[in-house]
Design a protein around this ligand. Structure first.
Ligand code: ADP
Length: 427
């Protein structure tokens, strides 16, 4: 009986021990699962620094290590992807063109801010994932992109918007990696070329104008030379009249070529040599040159310098050219017995040159255009007074290169005032 009791007691003891061990194990597993749940929750909330902090041995220990190194790998990968995404976003943002990537169905995969502006989409709105048909609010752009979407060749086209903005749209196919014929979408590059087109047009207009301006005196010269050659017995007075015309047309050609060269040199000078130019001395050189024509027209030529030591940082000859063009125009376009006045003053930052006349004045509609190359209010009059139509264009370019500005006040038959403002120091 005693032996049976002992066995019974032993079985009971073993059962209790097993139960205790099982309970402890169950509690450990429960705690582990609780921590596991907590950490995995943190990880899913993007708290990638969270780790399982359990010192367990055996399979639990291995599971902990595997779990931690899985989070570590994931965190590294996410960091790398985020960095690459940020890099891509920064690159896209810094591209001045509009960039748009779409899939084969026209859904937007990627877009930069410039492209968003161009397609008139709301800048706060997320357009990634949307179809171009809904995202692109500019009808003309949508038409071009829809036409070339999925094309297997590089397509380029130019479109002019209603507000006269000109866009160059380039659509390139995107191939599936390692294939040459499976197209998965397109990359669209939209460039605003309005200024470029304007410049190209200006350049070709300029060439056409120059050709025309040079052709007129040349035709006249060759005509009179031909006449003189064919009529050897021409009377001396007619001969000298013809030679006089040839001489004045040659002078005109020379003036034109000089002005064209000067204009192009101002436009092309990138590294300008700046010196301190004394305004009073420079003006005096111009006054010497112009006094004769002023006197011949009995024009009162006055000037006023607030400070004769006033200097401006400029290129050699630029300030002289400004004085010369404006004062010569004032004298040219003022009838006999008129008055021309040059006033030079300054404040702490700027120099002001005012050239005032009481001449023919400029019609309101022409004021904005007189700075254009070869623009003349009255072509015949300008030609009669030896004008090339380039003087004010040259003046404006010089003033622009000195970071200044030029304004005009004028009233027809009353007179004009040109006001030049140039900073004393050019930074
Ligand atoms: P131009 O060689 O014909 O004088 P500019 O470029 O110097 O060319 O001037 C352009 C045009 O502006 C002139 O043809 C003239 O019609 C007008 N203009 C310029 N200055 C004056 C002025 N002081 N008074 C009236 N018209 C002027």
């Amino acid at each position: 009986m005693n032996q049976i009791e002992n066995i019974y007691f032993f079985v009971m003891l073993v059962s209790v021990i097993i139960t205790i061990i099982s309970l402890r194990y169950a509690i450990t597993i429960k705690r582990y699962l609780e921590r596991f749940t907590l950490v995995s929750k943190k990880v899913s909330n993007k708290e990638l620094h969270a780790r399982l902090n359990i010192s367990a041995k055996g399979e639990l220990g291995e599971l902990t290590n595997n779990f931690n190194s899985m989070i570590e790998n994931m965190s590294d990968t996410i960091e790398e992807v985020e960095y690459k995404h940020l890099q891509l976003k920064s690159i896209l943002k810094s591209i001045s063109h509009g960039i748009l990537a779409i899939d084969i169905n026209g859904n937007i995969l990627l877009i930069n801010d410039e492209a968003k502006k161009i397609i008139k989409s709301d800048s706060n709105q997320i357009v990634e994932g949307k179809n171009i048909a809904y995202a692109i609010k500019e009808e003309k752009i949508l038409k071009v992109i829809s036409k070339f979407r999925g094309s297997n060749t590089n397509e380029t086209t130019k479109i002019i918007m209603d507000d006269e903005t000109v866009y160059k749209i380039k659509v390139d196919p995107v191939y599936l990696q390692n294939t040459v014929n499976v197209i998965i979408g397109s990359i669209i590059n939209i460039e605003d070329i309005t200024e470029k087109v304007k410049l190209e047009n200006m350049r070709s207009d300029f060439v056409a104008n120059v050709t025309h301006e040079l052709k007129t005196p040349l035709t006249s010269i060759s005509g009179f030379v031909e006449t003189l050659k064919l009529n050897e017995n021409i009377d001396p007075s007619t001969r000298s009249r013809f030679l006089g015309i040839i001489e004045s047309e040659s002078d005109r050609l020379k003036r034109l070529i000089d002005d064209i060269l000067l204009l192009s040199s101002i436009e092309n000078t990138e590294s300008r040599v700046l010196e301190k130019i004394n305004l009073y001395n420079t003006f005096n050189e111009v006054k010497e040159m112009l006094s004769f024509i002023a006197k011949s027209k009995d024009i009162e030529f006055k000037y006023e310098f607030e400070d004769e030591s006033l200097c401006v940082e400029s290129n050699r000859d630029y300030i002289k050219q400004v004085f010369l063009n404006l004062t010569e125009n004032a004298i040219k376009y003022t009838p006999d017995h008129g008055e021309v006045k040059v006033i030079v003053s300054s404040n702490d930052e700027d120099i002001f040159i005012n050239v005032i006349d009481n001449g023919i004045g400029i019609p309101k509609d022409d004021i904005q255009r007189i700075f254009e190359r070869f623009y003349r209010v009255d072509k015949a009059r300008s030609r009669d007074v030896g004008g090339t139509g380039l003087g004010l264009a040259i003046t404006k370019h010089i003033i622009k290169s000195l970071h200044g500005k030029i304004e005009v006040k004028s009233e027809l038959n009353k007179g004009s005032e040109f006001i030049v403002t140039i900073p004393k120091k050019i930074s």
